[in-house]
Design a protein around this ligand. Structure first.
Ligand code: HQG
Length: 171
């Protein structure tokens, strides 16, 4: 569902409106082709109960709340960030991040974690050698960087290297 709603709805013949919403029943019918035991109620329940708020259901529609590579207008509220945020990544990206800053790469925004544990989890998806970066979020905010509330994640358009340092490397 993340892939479908964040990256490639057209592959499944799904139409997404400018705010990222798709028809819930269409999404359910696509998912049922692969997982026939899943129904609408299951998806609604999953979205509501999930510990991480990846999706939003509104009426008969569903959208991903963050992580998009496709162009959508989510209208994230801007926030005053906490002093420190984290970003989990892989050691292979470290040199480039410290030189160029954090870029959204294939997504539309840079995703930051509120806790160290979450950053470690994100970093582990990228391979064995996890790096957790410490982001001086408050200082960046005071220097004019906009931070957006993505629910469980905090989003920025780009983060310059001056606000990034290595918190921990798991080799
Ligand atoms: C790296 C999950 C080289 C960046 C998570 C990351 C997240 C650079 C990768 C959400 C770079 C992009 C998104 C630079 C950034 N040079 N590498 N200058 N700037 N990178 O998957 O943040 O569980 O697009 O460090 O919780 O890993 O799926 O982003 O490693 O919040 O709901 O480029 O996805 O949410 O990778 O993950 P991604 P991400 P879910």
């Amino acid at each position: 569902m993340s892939y479908l709603l964040r990256h490639n709805p057209s592959r499944y013949g799904i139409e997404i409106d400018e705010y990222g919403y798709a028809e819930l029943d269409r999404v359910v019918s696509i998912i049922r082709k692969r997982f026939p035991f899943i129904d609408r109620e299951f998806i609604v329940n999953l979205v509501e109960k999930s510990s991480k708020k990846r999706f939003q259901i509104k009426g008969d529609k569903i959208r991903a709340l963050y992580g998009h590579s496709i162009e959508v207008e989510i209208n994230y509220p801007t926030i005053t960030p906490p002093q420190i945020l984290y970003h989990g990544t892989n050691v292979t990206s470290l040199g480039s991040i410290l030189k160029e800053g954090l870029k959204p790469m294939r997504r539309k925004k840079v995703h930051l974690s509120k806790s160290l544990e979450e950053a470690v989890r994100v970093g582990k998806r990228k391979g064995l050698f996890v790096v957790v970066l410490k982001i001086e979020a408050k200082r960046a905010y005071e220097k004019g960087i906009k931070f957006y509330d993505g629910g469980d994640v905090v989003l920025v358009d780009y983060l310059p290297p001056e606000f990034i340092s290595v918190h921990r490397i798991d080799l």
